[in-house]
Design a protein around this ligand. Structure first.
Ligand SMILES: N[C@@H](CCC(=O)N[C@@H](CS)C(=O)NCC(=O)O)C(=O)O
Length: 215
């Protein structure tokens, strides 16, 4: 039996939970981290020495790092549905996954979500937050132009690029930030919300994280 470990309020866990739901893969989900704790036990550190979620256990095989987990699941169980065996097609997906991890997450999750939402108001560095919002607006404008042409980021079918970028759309549109006009991205977010796998696994209330820097 496949096991996923990680609190459902974590965006990195949500990417994995959404993919598992799309694949309709039977699994059990153990909430860990955040208020659930459990990341410092020797048993957990044996699985992930960094003490972070998500982690999956597939039989005896353990994988940590959300994007590595997505690639593992898509390769093993996806039958090329969301990733590809073809190196060229795969690299088109990988480049957006890596860009999301390195650039978008730095500006959105670290700069805006942590800098604004998770930081208590009196500790916020608003000039830094404004800079991150401006960087995100540039990233979102690029994604918006792609999504005016296509239903999903890389064409008419969902790919791993959508799992990693689409997950952030729920927070992007629910933080109370006035983004510039981005009707392509809004339509994309509306399409994602129609998918029960997205609605059930990504649209998880995150108010427990408001003003909370402790985990
Ligand atoms: N790059 C890692 C980041 C992992 C990470 O930072 N996970 C956070 C949750 S999003 C965590 O474990 N935080 C500690 C906690 O939730 O207690 C990944 O993509 O899996």
């Amino acid at each position: 039996m496949l096991t996923v470990l990680g609190r459902r309020s974590s965006a990195n866990v949500q990417k994995v939970a959404w993919l598992l739901a799309e694949l309709e893969l039977p699994h059990r989900h153990i909430e860990l981290g955040g208020t659930f704790g459990g990341l410092d036990t020797p048993e957990f550190r044996m699985m992930n020495p960094h003490g972070k979620v998500p982690v999956i256990k597939d039989g005896e095989h353990v994988v940590w790092e959300s994007h590595a987990i997505l690639r593992y699941l898509a390769a093993k169980y996806g039958a090329e549905r969301f990733w590809s065996d073809d190196p060229a097609a795969r690299s088109r997906i990988d480049q957006w996954m890596d860009w999301s991890q390195v650039t978008l997450q730095n500006d959105f999750l670290n700069g805006v979500f942590w800098g604004y939402y998770r930081t208590p108001e009196e500790q916020r560095d608003m000039p830094a937050v404004e800079k991150s919002i401006a960087k995100c607006a540039t990233h979102f404008a690029l994604l918006d132009s792609m999504l005016k042409e296509n239903d999903f980021l890389l064409g008419d079918a969902l790919s791993l690029a959508d799992f990693v970028i689409g997950t952030h759309m729920y927070r992007c549109f629910n933080l109370g930030i006035d983004w510039p006009e981005m009707s392509g991205l809004e339509a994309y977010y509306a399409r994602l919300q129609e998918r029960s796998a997205y609605a059930e696994n990504v649209m998880v209330p995150f108010d427990e994280l408001f003003g909370r820097l402790s985990f």
